[in-house]
Design a protein around this ligand. Structure first.
Ligand SMILES: NC(=O)C1=CN([C@@H]2O[C@H](COP(=O)(O)OP(=O)(O)OC[C@H]3O[C@@H](n4cnc5c(N)ncnc54)[C@H](O)[C@@H]3O)[C@@H](O)[C@H]2O)C=CC1
Ligand SMILES: O=C(O)C(=O)[C@H](O)COP(=O)(O)O
Length: 383
């Protein structure tokens, strides 16, 4: 088998070497010539894969080591008889930790507490659901909007316009779609953006075109009361420096970039390829990448719950670092071409980031039960 793969997929050799030769390429450079004699194509979100790209090639399996599938022409590939696999949920926990870090930072910047706010989650799938579970366990009130689930009979969901009227914070977790009954492209148009409550916080870590970016820039220039955190951009890898300057937080599509999330993505696609090829799943992620020494933290029993939680979450992930790196890149890039390259470079050279589950609190039994419960609710382990 000949495998063409995005060079940014970790553990390619560990998982796929037994299937044959692996040709690594930058994801954006994968074109018809690159796949002309490939059997398998492994991508991440930056490679657009259509039936036309693969027509006349031997490729019969496409795996994307990502949650999102908007870069794949699913209908065209199915019609062409190409098996497609994605990695649902692989980096959902990383996105939850990104949103938590945004909440902490926006609270610090505005001097407001996020615990008492009502959070409206748009798109209640893998990410949205985990975010709500975490926030509700921390005592935060959440509203849910997910019309496909509402129409399938799920309860407790509200209309988007009701959510915008009631939520102090909106966090968006929908797939990018432009067809079908529930399109999300420009779901947040100028009218909906203007409908955000006074002083609302709005976090988008789904896909850029879910928000009309030109409309967002207009609205933000009229409404300095809004605090917007964008991880995803309508014209990625191009980012409008003017829009970024209007945002409270601006990051280069890294919300889900924990190492753990990326490794799970590779492992899920390996399992899908084994299934396609009729091979047993012989390689286990735990064997290739054991949790190299869980970090432990000796806690001080004197601290209060929200202080300890803020310290612990920041120890795991601090969105301010990604925001600072992105703004530095935008300041120093001379033109659009350098900004595009800079965006990709920030993602390629992303620092090691692990998830909360790896941070165990040593001696946590001395903490008051309410503090222990807050740490557990946020996803930490107590030892
Ligand atoms: N920034 C990043 O690093 C990452 C971004 N993502 C993005 O987040 C998206 C969501 O991820 P998951 O929660 O895992 O996907 P999912 O497929 O599990 O959940 C998406 C939910 O959105 C709902 N939905 C669809 N259309 C809707 C509409 N018009 N209005 C409201 N809800 C709607 C669906 O019914 C579903 O429940 C992915 O498709 C991907 O684009 C995912 C991982 C990392
Ligand atoms: O999983 C998804 O969906 C994402 O958005 C990924 O975090 C995107 O990462 P890349 O595939 O662009 O590296």
């Amino acid at each position: 088998m000949r495998i063409v793969a995005d060079e940014n997929i970790p553990l390619l050799d560990g998982f796929f070497a037994s299937f044959g030769d692996i040709i690594r390429m930058p994801g954006r450079a994968i074109d018809r010539a690159a796949v002309s004699d490939a059997d398998v194509l492994l991508v991440r979100s930056v490679t657009r894969v259509s039936a036309e790209l693969l027509a006349g090639t031997p490729v019969r399996f496409v795996g994307t080591c990502t949650i999102g599938t908007d870069h794949l022409d699913l209908a065209g590939l199915a019609a062409a008889g190409v098996r497609v696999a994605s990695a649902p949920g692989c980096n959902a926990r990383g996105v939850v930790e990104y949103v938590l870090s945004c909440l902490l930072t926006l609270a610090e910047r505005t001097g407001e507490s996020w615990w008492g706010k009502t959070v409206g989650v748009v798109g209640v799938g893998e990410v949205g659901n985990r975010l709500i579970t975490t926030l509700e366990a921390l005592g935060v009130r959440c509203l849910r909007c997910d019309p496909p689930r509402a129409d399938a009979g799920e309860r407790g969901l509200i209309d988007i316009d009701q959510l915008l009227a009631e939520a102090d914070v909106i966090s968006c977790h929908v797939p990018l779609t432009s067809e079908g009954a529930y399109p999300t492209s420009h779901l947040f148009d100028e009218q909906r953006l203007q409908a955000l409550k006074k002083g609302a916080w709005f976090i988008n870590s789904s896909r850029g075109p879910v928000i009309d970016n030109l409309a967002l820039a207009r609205v933000l220039s009229q409404r300095p009361d809004l605090q917007v955190a964008l991880d995803v951009w309508e014209y990625e890898p191009e980012v409008s420096p003017a829009l970024a300057a209007l945002c409270a937080l601006a990051t280069p599509h890294i919300a889900g970039y924990s190492l753990d999330g990326k490794l799970r993505g590779t492992a899920q696609i390996y399992a899908a390829l084994c299934d396609f090829a009729g091979e047993p799943v012989a390689v286990r992620l735990e064997a290739l990448a054991p949790n190299a020494g869980e970090a432990t933290w000796q806690v001080n029993p004197e601290v209060c719950a929200d202080w300890l939680l803020a310290r612990a979450l920041r120890w795991v992930y601090d969105v301010r670092d990604d925001d600072a790196r992105m703004r530095h890149m935008l300041r120093t890039a001379a033109d659009e071409s350098q900004r595009r390259a800079g965006f990709d470079q920030l993602r390629k050279m992303y620092p090691l980031r692990r998830e909360t589950g790896l941070l165990a609190f040593a001696g946590s039994d001395v903490l008051p039960v309410n503090v222990q419960n807050v740490l557990l609710a946020a996803g930490f382990t107590l030892s």
